[in-house]
Design a protein around this ligand. Structure first.
Ligand code: A2R
Length: 311
């Protein structure tokens, strides 16, 4: 398989490069001119706002599969910069689709990465969320990803293109930004262990239940969808078993010998927090055999070791 990862310099990109290379693929990955890619692969600079550059790259690489990861992926930034978020996530994605359409290569498979956030405000009793559940995004980022997905469906129907769409739920692992909860807790613990902050971990809402998957499992799902996914279908990717954030905290704390107290941090509380978000993952399991294998405990341990190693 010749794979092209668009947006390969981010958190998921590094893991996907490793996953595909290990599976024997020829891997090409793009980054913005301001970024770099440390994993071994063929690297290219690309801004998806420049459709001409995407077309040139497609002609140069001639990929079998495109994994479209490039995005403005922060919910917080999406509130502050809605136009930028819509430009990158919607117009940028259309640029990728249009470049493939113009290349007249209908056999290129595109794996379009969206988010579990697209479900947004879910009705009571809707969990586990099946892919047929209505989308009701609650933030700008999620709305742009829902839009990316809707437009992708149109390209499948109108132009007979080979697109597989993903709604990825919370994923985590070493090197993730500490704006995400597992990485946040692990970083704080590592800083406390090194005496960089008082022995007090600051937390938000611990009663919310969320579904966490290790990023290494998530990229394996992306590879399997490239190999075995059904054209035009949308897949939830997640563990399919939500846990309380309290359990995430207790698990991370259990890996430290340091005495650490827990303090509520109003800045980490959300105005409205859906009590339970959990996907139904039977579709991806049925079509590809994939299910999450790495335990949440392992993800926490590895993420804590990552922060211990770099601080
Ligand atoms: O925003 P930056 O400087 O971190 O760069 C991001 C890059 N990116 C772009 N690439 C090409 N053309 C653009 N105009 C453009 N704007 C941003 O896409 C970053 O290097 C990459 C996305 O990586 P992350 O933000 O680390 O996301 P992550 O966690 O790897 O998630 C991958 C996909 C995204 O579509 C998420 O929305 C979804 O999975 O959950």
């Amino acid at each position: 398989m010749k794979a092209l990862i668009i947006g390969g310099a981010g958190f998921v990109g590094a893991y996907l490069i490793r996953e595909l290379s290990t599976a024997g693929a020829e891997v090409h990955a793009t980054c913005l001119p301001s970024e770099s890619i440390t994993e071994t692969c063929f690297t290219h600079t690309l801004d998806i706002m420049d459709i001409g550059s995407i077309s040139a790259l497609l002609a140069e690489v001639a990929p079998d599969v495109i994994f479209h990861l490039a995005a403005q992926s922060s919910v917080a930034v999406s509130w502050k910069k809605p136009q930028l978020t819509a430009n990158i996530n919607v117009v940028g994605s259309i640029n990728v689709l249009e470049a493939v359409r113009a290349a007249e290569k209908k056999d290129i498979r595109i794996i379009m990465i969206g988010t579990g956030e697209e479900y947004g405000f879910i009705r009571e009793g809707a969990c586990p969320l099946s892919e047929d559940e209505p989308l009701n995004p609650g933030n700008i980022y999620a709305a742009t990803k829902a839009c990316q997905e809707m437009i992708s469906r149109i390209y499948v129907r109108a132009y007979d293109m080979d697109i597989v769409m993903v709604r990825a739920f919370n994923h985590s692992g070493p090197a993730q930004s500490d704006i995400f909860v597992i990485s946040d807790f692990c970083r704080q613990i590592a800083e406390i262990e090194k005496g960089m902050r008082p022995p007090e971990i600051r937390v938000g809402n611990l009663s919310a239940m969320r579904d966490f998957t290790d990023v290494r499992d998530v990229v394996r799902a992306y590879r399997l969808l490239a190999e075995k996914g059904t054209r035009g279908r949308v897949y939830n990717i997640g563990r399919g078993r939500a846990v309380k954030i309290q359990y995430i905290l207790d698990t991370a704390l259990s890996f430290s010998d340091t005495e650490i107290s827990v303090t509520n941090d109003p800045a980490r509380m959300r105005a409205s927090d859906t009590p339970l978000i959990e996907p139904d993952v039977s579709l991806v399991h049925g079509d590809t055999g994939w299910k999450a294998e790495i335990t949440m405990e392992q993800t926490s341990r590895d993420t804590l070791d990552y922060w211990r190693g770099i601080l």
